[in-house]
Design a protein around this ligand. Structure first.
Ligand code: HGY
Ligand code: MN
Ligand code: MN
Length: 417
């Protein structure tokens, strides 16, 4: 088997591509808004697909809008399944330049480096971006990769209605990304996702690369409180059925629960809508979301049960009705030791410590882990900031992460069948 020369990615080309994609859906004052399946997402997709095609890669789009580009391997091993890398290019409404985009563009930088050197590997290299990783507009998050691995029926995903009323299918068709390829293709040999940490651990410890051991469990629930709207100036407190009070009491309980449990327990009420949302009207409806996370499944399930019990008790005390629906629920995932070992080896070969850590954020890799050996590489987020327009990672760290990705992908692609 031919050996692969020492290859080096081009930091300048990587940074140029991040800056260029960051112009698509750019927010005044910095950051990006490319919510899934919006026109901005379409423009980001178009830009990325054009970049893939400019590299001579064969591009396929599947029925949920996942996009996969293939850099062929050597002719004599053409039936070996590709090694895949990638992430997402949809963002939250106040997104940064790197969340998701970095993993996709670093994958294309790896291909550009191989191509420039005239190197073909035993296995093809696939670079993918998955639909609606963020879950900010349509839930659940990681929707495209979840459909890809068979964790969510395609029809159910297509019928999902956004917070603004449109279905995934309507929007996929509108932006021209409901592709012909069957979901789950191509079947891949292994998957590695390069991503910013989005948390404070690496930056606080002055480390440059993280070997991600797995992803914590995620629970998303939407609560709806139904009360009675009434006049703020004439309704005695004892006669109120105030949906707003119940919602904020439950939100406070959620926060206190995380402080009470301590450790890795996280809890967030990120969205609250009151109706009619007027200064002098008692709210008759409150709709809000609860995001719970924990590395231990049993503890996460207990936290969910506690919140639901408190919500029922609080609603009864306020004389309002309370209902809830699950938006997303993923158990903790552990990545494949073969992949994490390769990442650690290539990091240490560069003379760097290889800190092992869990991911606080959800990622497409946690879905690919259901169907193939998968792993993740982290680079530091300055001050742990993410899902914030000021998200930042040092260019040298971005380049270093892409170099580790290149070396790990070569190791995976060249290994014996
Ligand atoms: O919510 C998450 O962890 C991811 O950003 N979708
Ligand atoms: Mn992400
Ligand atoms: Mn994100």
């Amino acid at each position: 088997m031919s050996t692969v020369p020492d290859l080096k990615i081009s930091p300048a080309r990587l940074m140029e591509s991040l800056a260029a994609l960051g112009q698509v859906g750019a927010l005044a004052g910095g950051g990006v808004n490319r919510l899934a399946l919006t026109d901005a997402d379409r423009l980001g997709r178009d830009w990325t697909v054009a970049r893939m095609r400019a590299l001579g890669m064969a591009v396929t789009i599947d029925a949920i809008g996942n996009v996969t580009a293939i850099y062929a391997g050597t002719a004599d091993t053409k039936d070996l399944a590709p090694v895949m890398t990638g992430s997402h290019i949809d963002t939250v409404r106040t997104g940064g330049l790197y969340d998701g985009n970095y993993g996709v563009l670093a994958g294309l930088e790896v291909v550009a480096t191989l191509q420039e050197a005239g190197v073909r590997l035993r296995r093809p290299i696939a670079v993918a971006f998955f639909t609606n990783e963020e879950g900010a507009r349509f839930q659940p998050d990681m929707m495209g990769s979840l459909v890809y691995v068979g964790g969510l029926p395609l029809a159910e995903a297509l019928a999902t209605r956004a917070t603004d009323g449109y279905t995934v299918e309507e929007e996929l068709q509108r932006i021209g990304y409901q592709g012909p390829a069957a979901v789950g293709c191509p079947v891949v040999d292994s998957f590695v996702e390069l991503h910013i940490e989005q948390g404070p651990v690496l930056h606080q410890q002055g480390l440059r690369i993280g070997v991600v051991e797995g992803v914590q469990g995620i629970s998303w629930t939407e609560f709806t409180i139904e009360g009675v709207s009434n006049h703020a100036g004439t309704t005695p407190m004892a006669l109120r059925h105030d949906a707003g009070v119940a919602a904020v009491r439950i939100a406070a309980f959620v926060h206190e629960l995380a402080l009470r449990h301590g450790g890795p327990q996280l809890a967030t009420v990120g969205s609250i809508q009151l109706s009619p949302n007027l200064i002098n009207v008692i709210a008759h409806r409150a709709v809000f979301t609860v995001d719970l996370r924990h590395t231990d499944e049993a503890t996460l399930a207990r936290a969910e049960a506690e919140v639901q019990a408190f919500a029922a008790q609080c609603a009864a005390a306020q004389g309002v009705a309370c209902s809830h629906r699950r938006l997303a629920r993923f158990e903790p995932v552990v990545f494949d030791p073969m992949v994490t070992a390769l990442i650690a080896q290539e990091t240490q070969a560069l003379g760097l410590p290889a800190l092992r850590l869990p991911s606080g954020a959800g990622h497409d890799a946690q879905m690919l882990a259901r169907v193939c050996p998968s792993g993740m590489i982290f680079v530091p987020s300055v001050n742990g900031l993410s899902h914030n327009v000021n998200e930042f990672t040092e260019p040298d760290d971005l380049a270093l992460g892409a170099q580790v990705l290149l070396q790990v992908l070569v190791r995976l692609a060249q290994r014996d069948a």
